[in-house]
Design a protein around this ligand. Structure first.
Ligand SMILES: Cc1cc2nc3c(=O)[nH]c(=O)nc-3n(C[C@H](O)[C@H](O)[C@H](O)COP(=O)(O)OP(=O)(O)OC[C@H]3O[C@@H](n4cnc5c(N)ncnc54)[C@H](O)[C@@H]3O)c2cc1C
Length: 501
């Protein structure tokens, strides 16, 4: 057998690749440790493809004992560990560390139990989001949080990002649908957060784990809530000839006391890209379209659809179509669910921002983004969870052109910082990762960031779990402040310390 050469040179800042790989191979079979350039390259980035870094090694454990040994080995060698699910994250959260081990949970893909009486599912961390609902379907149940990436993303990644989706407006984010998480600490000790009961005593560490982006523990098992599938769901597609009227309609629906099962918005460039791809039947003349879903009993749905139709017409909708059957409803949503891949067809690369703003400012931010397109000379298409005020501007660019990448970064930073200025936050559901580190300096004070670092240190004193992500250092923010914050807002700042391809 040809044994490949170790590819990374010994590092002055940590143990050599040879030492790390040899140590891992003491506990894992050879097929479960990757270290050649060829075999680690597929892991070099997540969905934020502009930033790439090969790890020293990738470990693919199959058992809890192996996860434990990977963590113990890395801890003993003081080597960083980056947990990885499906790598669909959009903020660089699973981007490897140059001197670290990427710990893939891909082989933790078993559904361990569905309990229809308790309405729960116990699944391994690498189980795909959609696979949970598929397994629960024979019991008339499903798992509600539905990221558009649900065909691929894992429940471990969902917990780490506190992921959302179209139906989270009504049914809550991941944090509201997870009962218990089991896993391992950075030292390789078994840990458990939450319980099978409704609540646990003491501090709510389960809530802290949700959205912690792999910085506090490695998840191996998750217990999620399941809910009954609604008897009926129908979807309204409403057209608007004006962005402001569409944005105001979203706020008006919620203000009318309606919580739709989904309330999504797309602008004209986005519907054009989507229509060309999946032929969902969208109104291409509209400046913006809204998709408003109602679910429940037939009586509840009819009543709610009627109320939403009234509000939409009052807010200036130019056309309204209500799905007549399940096939049409799914066709309306197929466009929304395929919006990101559709963007990939019209541009070599896209960067998806993820800020959240108060709903009443939707139109303001969308018009501000249009002005930014002219300022930075780049196109931007919009598709987003309008009911949550959670934006997803996709900035289109070519990452092979350094100037375009730089302008894209500045454009993105401008959107995030304008969102903060409008009373919002820099991320709704995609996490901070490496992408929004600088914007965290704008949103949070030094004291607030220090409180986050203190939590991180309590779980991981040596800072080995996913280092360099989520919480910017004081030094970084001081630098960023010197370059940007004290100057005009929204100039952005590229990531000098991030490897690009
Ligand atoms: C086309 C597309 C559409 C998307 N739509 C949505 C959407 O609607 N809503 C939404 O919220 N997101 C969306 N996303 C983003 C992404 O799918 C989610 O963030 C998802 O939760 C990531 O899961 P993953 O398994 O791919 O995790 P990864 O990308 O592999 O990892 C994400 C983070 O979780 C950590 N992590 C992963 N597994 C574990 C574990 N077992 N233990 C500890 N830490 C772990 C990683 O270290 C990293 O920080 C979309 C992405 C794409 C590409």
């Amino acid at each position: 057998m040809n044994v490949p050469e170790y590819s990374a040179p010994p590092s002055a800042d940590g143990p050599s690749q040879r030492r790390v790989v040899d140590a891992l191979l003491r506990h894992l079979p050879s097929h479960a440790v990757l270290w050649t350039d060829e075999s680690t390259t597929p892991y070099e980035c997540d969905g934020l493809t502009a930033y790439r870094q090969r790890p020293l090694a990738v470990a693919l454990p199959e058992t809890d004992a192996q996860v434990q040994q990977v963590l113990r080995t890395c801890h003993a060698l003081q080597v960083p560990v980056v947990a990885r699910g499906a790598g669909t994250g959009l903020s660089g959260g699973a981007m490897p560390h140059a001197r670290g081990v990427t710990l893939s949970l891909a082989k933790f893909n078993r559904i361990l139990a569905i309990d229809p009486a308790a309405r729960t599912a116990l699944v391994q961390a690498g189980v795909r989001n959609l696979a949970i609902s598929e397994a629960a379907a024979p019991h008339g149940l499903y798992y509600a949080p539905d990221p558009s990436s649900q065909i691929a993303c894992t429940i471990g990644g969902n917990v780490a990002e506190n992921s959302g989706g179209v139906h989270c407006l009504k049914y809550g984010l991941t944090v509201h649908n997870v009962l218990k998480v089991k896993g391992y600490s950075v030292e390789g000790d078994a840990v458990e957060f939450g319980s099978d009961a409704l609540d646990t005593a003491g501090l709510d560490l389960l809530a802290i784990l949700n959205g912690s982006e792999g910085m506090l523990a490695v998840t191996t098992e998750v217990t999620v809530r399941l809910i009954p599938k609604p008897q009926l769901a129908r979807c309204i597609m409403a057209s608007f000839d004006d962005m402001r009227r569409a944005g105001d309609a979203v706020a008006a629906i919620i203000a009318a006391g309606i919580i739709p099962a989904g309330l999504e918005m797309m602008d004209r460039p986005m519907t054009a890209a989507v229509e060309d791809f999946v032929h969902a039947g969208y109104d291409l003349a509209a400046e913006a379209i809204l998709l408003c879903e109602s679910d429940g009993t037939p009586h509840e749905v009819e009543e709610e659809i009627g109320r939403m139709r009234e509000v939409l017409l009052r807010c200036g909708a130019t056309a309204i179509t209500v799905s007549v059957d399940e096939a049409e409803r799914l066709r309306f949503w197929s466009g929304r669910k395929n919006a990101f891949p559709a963007s990939g067809r019209i541009s070599p690369d896209y960067m998806c921002m993820d800020s959240t703003i108060p709903r009443k400012r939707l139109a303001d931010i969308l018009l501000a983004i249009q002005a930014m397109e002219r300022k930075y000379g780049l196109r931007c298409v919009n598709v987003f969870h309008a009911g949550d005020g959670n934006l997803h501007p996709l900035i289109l660019f070519d990452a092979n052109d350094p100037d375009q990448l730089h302008r894209c970064e500045r454009f993105g930073a401008d959107i995030l910082e304008t969102s903060v200025a409008m009373g919002g936050t820099v991320t709704g559901e995609h996490g901070v990762g490496v992408e929004k580190l600088n914007s965290m300096c704008v949103q949070f004070t030094a004291e607030e960031r220090e409180a986050m670092l203190a939590v991180k240190r309590a779980f991981d004193p040596a800072g080995l779990l996913n280092p360099g992500k989520v919480i910017p250092s004081l030094h970084r923010c001081a630098e960023y402040g010197r370059v940007v914050i004290r100057g005009s807002q929204g100039q952005g700042w590229s990531h000098p310390d991030l490897p690009r391809f």
